[in-house]
Design a protein around this ligand. Structure first.
Ligand code: MG
Length: 202
């Protein structure tokens, strides 16, 4: 399986990092080794002094697809969750300045904890609120209606280039409020009142 992440999909987050908003989605990949095993803590990597949390809606692909049309994209996922796209912001900044790929800042081991999956049936994915709490304080909140590109538009775009397979995960971008995590922080991510992801930083 592969993890595909969308960047700059909420204008308030793009602004907070000083990034322009594109006319098409921006995506990058994380390997399966970026997943964090259930109940395992996230270990801060030693190559960064500034790892940021980015809470994101995650969709799980449920069948193979290429060149998926936007109007049919909803048939390709039935479960959703929340994940954290951990980002070594200091390392990413150097990559950006040099025009290099972002993998060393984004794709490292454990950089993609994902919560428990739930059926999308009960939700309107174009108006879904989610939030991230750090040590019981709300640090990020977003609603999918603020997304620049919808889940279905994202799937249509990615599948022009890459075949999507059952089990692939798509991180759909983070709202504003990204910030540094510290050792012993405790992160919890919620859709409405339901906690789907609980991860400790070590
Ligand atoms: Mg992200």
């Amino acid at each position: 399986m592969k993890i595909i992440c969308i960047g700059r999909n909420y204008s308030d987050h793009a602004k907070e990092l000083g990034n322009a908003i594109g006319k098409t989605p921006l995506f990058f990949l994380k390997p399966d080794t970026a997943l964090l095993a259930k109940r395992m803590p996230f270990f801060l990597p030693d190559f960064s002094n500034e790892v940021h949390h980015e809470v994101e809606l995650v969709v799980k692909i449920n069948r193979v697809g290429k060149h998926i049309e936007e109007q049919f994209a909803h048939k390709y996922y039935s479960e959703i969750s929340l994940g954290v796209d951990f980002t070594a912001r200091d390392v990413q900044q150097v990559c950006k300045e040099k025009g290099h790929p972002w993998e060393i800042a984004k794709a490292f081991d454990g950089s993609a904890p994902v919560g428990r999956f739930i059926s999308k049936q009960q939700f309107d994915l174009n108006n879904l609120s989610f939030s991230l709490y750090k040590n019981d304080e709300q640090v990020q909140t977003g609603n999918t209606k603020e997304m620049i590109f919808s889940v279905d538009q994202i799937i249509a775009y990615i599948s022009k280039f890459i075949t999507l397979k059952k089990g692939d995960l798509i991180f759909t971008g983070t709202p504003s409020g990204v910030a540094k995590v510290e050792k012993n922080d405790h992160l919890k991510a919620f859709i409405d009142q339901e906690c789907l992801l609980d991860v400790k930083v070590r």
